[in-house]
Design a protein around this ligand. Structure first.
Ligand code: IVH
Length: 672
């Protein structure tokens, strides 16, 4: 039960938020910044989450619900995007087939079997053969306009081949290819960033990025699996023919589709895919079986949001239950304490799992995972197994909440948890566990790429006292190496040569290798481009760093802090002295000029193509600033319908008033 003070606060928050909503949306005269408003919403949400019985239908938290995010324009699907009914075993599949046979008054109908891609649904609209829109499914009726992002997917044709209908919508699944997903997570792990749980979440995250350049860097892909609607001319009469027809326009259609004549054949397809699913570069969670003839499909229709003419025949879940024996902690390269579960070994889809990640203390708390619990373990995609949560039915009094260790398990230094960070950290730069992880990272492929210097050898060299930190690697001598176990003269000489060669690695690789908190491969590339050398990077101020697209305040602060540390500065100097090239041959770029650099805008009235937050984001992304009141410093007032007093203010002060179209035009003019 919530106490009186909480209930009072809850009421206050709701009243305040309602007021701000009204000021903002209706009166166009906000009293607080977006950030202040968000903080109020967060506080309210936290209270309601802690005690869901307090949620009422009129709470401001309920208004947002699961509607599409405000950041993208809303798209109303001309025809709803449907979902699929599921069958989890042969019996359920047979029941579906039988109902279909009854409705069609025949048992003789062909079906198409195809992989069920585990990504997210997309609708692509083409007009006169040109891609005009990409929209997410959203709630099936309304989705989000993600055209700019969809355009970055290389396999989505921007212009179709052949003679497509005048207007047409095709549907398919956007997904994160497994290999690209694995690579991205590796980079995130190296940068100490949280990993994406599975390719599906990662794909959704990438597709719903406000910055299409980030989407582009994620290498998404697409399979088209359905014709939405056409204008001008309809497609062929069967699903299989439609797919071939769409393929002819250059759309990416899965060649694994097969037409079958019977339920047995569909079962065999399912069985075959279950065995083959690991072979393909996309994640599948089942197969989809569709009745081939489109006139049959129309005849059968829908129930709710699910067509009667198709079914998802799912693969068994990649989950299992087992006992959590212990929680142990290892120390990462940047000193983060990573808790992991030691499990009673269990088979999860054919693989024995003995350990699973637990992320951090908050995650353990949130899921309420306790030592001794029976837990659900999941293997999602390529990611290390995870503990999904406890099976509370098996909980006894013996299981108590977990506490993170107060000291580093390796060097016993007290651990710290900085404000706003999820991770506990060992801050002892000389911690042996960190040294090992840092060195392993430094020599790895994404960094200095020293062939022959793998994990094992790093451990051996550390133990033998031959290296402590990066520069020591460049002081190694062939004789020292040759004297080590399992090392001959030949391999010692090879290793020395590889170490020598690494001195010429590209600047981004060196920056990535330094092990700066939050700086992985992608960020290192940005930094190398901008600064052209480690010394200039080391001297950069927080603002310089933050002005780089793709680098936020947290990363900027981490970089500054890294080079402020004397030990780190010494390492850079010693690497330079050892002959490691710390400069790139390319000239560094200045900050990319933006069309609205230095311009101040005030927005007033109702706009037609943007919501309020969209237009603000649009301006800020292009380097402009948005203020709430018109002053002499204002460069432009963007006025929509019913602009109110601000337009008068503009006139009085001689500030230019423009409309939405002019704003967009201004953005595409040459950057200053
Ligand atoms: S057909 C009207 N085919 O699965 C039926 N869907 O769980 C439309 N999906 O929302 C879907 N692969 O996003 C179809 N080969 C495939 C699919 C597929 C993945 C997704 C789709 C749908 C979801 C339903």
């Amino acid at each position: 039960m919530a106490d009186r003070a909480t209930i009072r606060r809850l009421k206050e928050l709701r009243a305040e938020i309602n007021l701000h909503n009204h000021r903002y949306h209706t009166l166009d005269d906000p009293l607080v910044s977006d950030a202040e408003f968000d903080a109020l919403m967060r506080e309210l949400r936290a209270i309601e989450e802690a005690d869901p019985s307090l949620v009422t239908p009129d709470s401001p938290t309920q208004r947002v619900g699961s509607a599409p995010s405000e950041r993208f324009a809303e798209v109303v699907h001309p025809q709803p995007m449907l979902s699929l009914a599921n069958a989890f075993d042969g019996g359920e599949l047979a029941a579906w087939h039988k109902r279909a046979a009854t409705l069609l008054e025949t048992e003789r109908f062909a079906m198409v079997c195809e992989p069920k891609i585990d990504g997210l649904a997309i609708a692509l609209t083409y007009e006169d053969g040109r891609l005009v829109r990409g929209a997410t499914r959203g709630d099936g009726t309304r989705g989000e306009d993600v055209t700019a992002n969809v355009r970055t997917i290389r396999t989505v044709p921007l212009v179709l081949q052949g003679k497509p209908p005048r207007r047409m919508e095709v549907r398919g699944e956007v997904y994160f290819p497994r290999d690209a997903f694995k690579r991205m997570n590796q980079q995130r792990a190296e940068a100490g960033e949280p990993l994406f749980a599975n390719p599906r979440n990662a794909a959704a995250g990438a597709l719903r990025q406000l910055d299409p350049r980030i989407t582009a860097s994620r290498r998404l892909d697409v399979w088209v699996y359905q014709l939405g609607w056409t204008e001008g001319r309809d497609g062929p009469g069967t699903h299989a023919e439609v797919m071939a027809w769409l393929g002819g326009f250059g759309l990416r259609v899965n060649p694994e589709m097969t037409t079958v004549a019977s339920l047995d054949e569909a079962e065999a397809y399912h069985e075959r895919w279950l065995g083959r699913r690991a072979e393909v570069n996309y994640q599948t969670d089942g197969i989809v079986i569709k009745i081939d003839r489109r006139d049959f499909q129309r005849h059968m229709g829908f129930v709710g949001r699910e067509p009667r003419w198709a079914i998802a025949y799912k693969f068994p879940a990649e989950q299992a239950t087992t006992r959590l024996l212990r929680i142990e902690v290892n120390v990462g390269r940047t000193g983060t304490l990573n808790p992991y579960a030691v499990l009673e070994p269990v088979q999860v889809s054919g693989v024995t799992v003995k350990q699973a990640t637990l992320h951090n203390e908050d995650d353990i708390r949130r899921k309420d995972i306790r030592v001794g619990d029976v837990v659900i373990v999941e293997r999602a995609g390529e990611v290390i197994p995870q503990v999904v949560g406890p099976v509370l039915e098996f909980r006894t009094k013996a299981q108590v909440p977990y506490e993170m260790p107060e000291r580093c398990p390796v060097c016993s230094t007290p651990v710290v948890r900085e404000e706003g960070e999820a991770a506990h950290r060992c801050v002892n730069a000389r911690c042996e566990a960190q040294a090992y992880e840092r060195l392993k990272h430094f020599v790895s492929r994404g960094a200095m790429d020293i062939e022959g210097l793998g994990e094992r050898l790093v451990g051996v060299l550390l133990e033998a006292g031959l290296i402590e930190d990066f520069p020591d690697i460049y002081r190694l001598e062939a004789e020292q190496l040759a004297a080590l176990d399992r090392m001959g003269e030949k391999s010692a000489a090879n290793l020395i040569a590889a170490i020598e060669a690494s001195k010429q690695r590209p600047l981004a690789a060196i920056i990535a290798g330094l092990g700066i908190l939050h700086v992985g491969g992608e960020t290192a590339v940005l930094l190398a481009k901008r600064f052209g050398g480690v010394p200039r990077l080391a001297a950069a101020a927080q603002e310089d760093l933050e002005s780089i697209d793709g680098i936020g305040p947290i990363v900027a602060r981490a970089i500054v802090a890294h080079f402020e540390n004397e030990g780190n500065a010494r390492i850079v100097a010693e690497l330079g002295a050892a002959g490691v090239r710390l400069e790139s041959d390319e000239t560094p770029t200045a900050a990319t000029p933006q069309p609205f650099d230095g311009l101040r805008f005030v927005v007033t009235g109702r706009l037609e193509t943007f919501t309020r937050s969209q237009v603000e984001a649009y301006i800020k992304e292009r380097g402009g600033a948005v203020s709430s009141g018109v002053s002499k410093k204002t460069d432009y007032v963007v006025a929509g319908v019913d602009p109110g007093t601000k337009r008068d203010d503009a006139e009085r002060l001689g500030v230019a008033t423009i409309g939405e179209a002019e704003l967009v035009e201004l953005a595409s003019a040459d950057a200053p």
